[in-house]
Design a protein around this ligand. Structure first.
Ligand code: MN
Length: 506
């Protein structure tokens, strides 16, 4: 990576002064890191350059890109923050300092991740550009994760999934969220990742490409006849989201059909609706899947028309229709508000309502507990957080029960769960949990396994699988046998079914 490539990425949108600032920041960083090497063996400056490149790709302003180049200077060189202030002014020094301080967040697993989240949000409140730099920094580190020892990889990947990914989603920076998820997936579930790469990237995409091309060509011809300027691209869903789907719904890869969407970019809103009309006259729409996010934008300002039609062979095909501005917003979320393309050096505050709400909530609630409570209402509306007696935080889907919690703690805790105290009160095992509940599972050490009736109310895949696993025929026999010793028969009565080891009770 060179500084010329970083500047080229901004596609001439920067003023002469902006370009000079970036070049000056590069020269300073290069001097500061001279002689240092990354673990990859490359000169250290490659990392700040890559970070700056990602920021330029996001369309961020010159100060953010300059701060990206300088972000590791105070921590990793002989130059200090005051040197940066002297050379580049208050603003850039503030950004660099904030990123350095965020580096000090030590991740100790879920227990203390509220604290890390809070720090992220505090930084964001002061200037959200700090978060963009931190994200770019993290993204590049993830890309070079393979050079780190295994334990560090796991730690960084877990931390990214717990802290960075939800925030990127909250801010609508999908482009970063997807990349981070896929990179972490690779290290957190290497076997499944490789399998999916083969099945999806190699086999399925090849087959689908033809189909996508066929539909795109048909549509393009019609739009040309209608004099609608357009750009059509096929977008494949990212690996992690497909894997999540397979996991959540317990489906096989072949049963997941909505793995791609066609994106049509047209000059203005008017043409979005005309394009929609053209698509619907070509293929029959599935009316249940139609969404007008132009008239009704999502809370994070996402806008587009979504429609799913029955394409050739009856294959469900999703179209997303949007203007270039909407596209920018969709890729980069609130980062688009800091774009040099639209605003030059004048930077408006984002009008995103919910960010303002979060920031207000933060001002009014000095303690972490209350802050996070208010915060998660907004971000994590489909998830809930409960506490173990030791103070560990567990994240569960809404509607989860004490049994889901028990299996989240440990399979053995689930299998031997007998009762539960919710906030110190005896409760039922199927009682839905609420945010911030303190959950204590009462264990019966004599209990041999889960109650099949639990399957009716558990919400998490983990609990379901663990219970089913235990109740597999061979185990079921033993279960019945233990419950009624008279019915015990020797396990080897069927030579075709060798005795099965129960993985859950190791
Ligand atoms: Mn860094």
């Amino acid at each position: 990576m060179t500084i010329e490539q970083v500047i080229a990425q901004t596609q001439g949108h920067l003023s002469k002064a902006d370009t000079e600032l970036i070049e000056r920041a590069y020269a300073f960083a290069a001097k500061a890191h001279r002689g240092q090497k990354r673990i990859t063996g490359e000169p250290y400056i490659e990392h700040p350059l890559q970070t700056a490149f990602i920021l330029a790709q996001m369309g961020l302003d010159a100060k953010t890109i300059a701060a990206g180049l300088l972000h590791d200077v105070p921590e990793d060189s002989k130059y200090t923050l005051s040197d940066i202030k002297k050379n580049f002014g208050e603003d850039i020094a503030f950004l660099v300092d904030s990123v350095t301080k965020l580096n000090l967040i030590e991740y100790h697993g879920r227990t203390r991740y509220r604290e890390s989240l809070k720090k992220m949000f505090l930084a964001m409140a002061k200037d959200v550009r700090v978060i963009f730099i931190k994200f770019a920094d993290r993204l590049h580190n993830l890309r070079t994760l393979e050079y780190l020892p295994e334990d560090k990889r796991q730690k960084i990947a877990n931390e990214t999934m717990d802290i960075y990914v939800p925030i990127a989603g909250l801010l609508g920076i999908w482009h970063l969220k997807w990349q981070m998820e896929d990179l972490c997936f690779k290290y957190l579930h290497p076997t499944e990742y490789q399998e999916l790469v083969q099945k999806y990237e190699v086999e399925k995409k090849l087959e689908l490409n033809q189909y996508i091309e066929q539909m795109a060509t048909t549509l393009s011809q019609v739009l040309t006849q209608l004099n609608i300027e357009h750009k059509i691209t096929g977008r494949f869903k990212h690996l992690y989201s497909i894997w999540e789907k397979m996991h959540d719904k317990n489906r096989k890869f072949d049963e997941i059909y909505d793995v791609f969407a066609l994106r049509v970019i047209v000059p203005d809103v008017d043409n979005c609706y005309r394009t929609l009309g053209a698509i619907h006259s070509l293929w029959r729409p599935n009316i249940n899947r139609f969404k007008d996010y132009i008239a009704l934008p999502k809370p994070n300002e996402y806008q587009s028309l979504h429609t799913t039609v029955f394409g050739p062979g009856g294959k469900a095909t999703e179209f997303q229709i949007r203007t270039p501005e909407m596209h920018e917003q969709a890729q980069y979320g609130i980062a688009a508000h800091w774009s040099y393309k639209e605003y030059g050096s004048k930077r408006p505050t984002p009008k995103v309502g919910w960010i303002q709400e979060i920031l207000n909530a933060q001002k009014n609630s000095p303690d972490t507990q209350t802050f996070i409570q208010q915060l998660r209402l907004d971000i994590f509306s489909d998830r809930l957080f409960v506490l173990s007696p030791k103070g560990d935080v567990y994240e569960l889907p809404v509607g989860a029960t004490p049994i889901d919690f028990a299996y989240a703690v440990h399979t053995d805790v689930g299998n031997k769960a007998k009762g539960v105290l919710i906030n110190n009160k005896i409760s039922r095992l199927d009682e839905p949990l609420h945010n911030n509940d303190l959950v204590e599972i009462i264990i019966d050490k004599q209990q041999t396994g889960p109650d099949p009736a639990w399957l009716k109310f558990v919400k998490t895949t983990k609990a379901k699988n663990a219970i089913r696993q235990y109740l597999k025929p061979s185990a079921l026999n033993r279960f019945a046998a233990l419950a009624n010793p008279k019915h015990w028969w020797p396990r080897h009565h069927n030579p075709n079914q060798p005795p099965e080891k129960n993985k859950n009770l190791e």
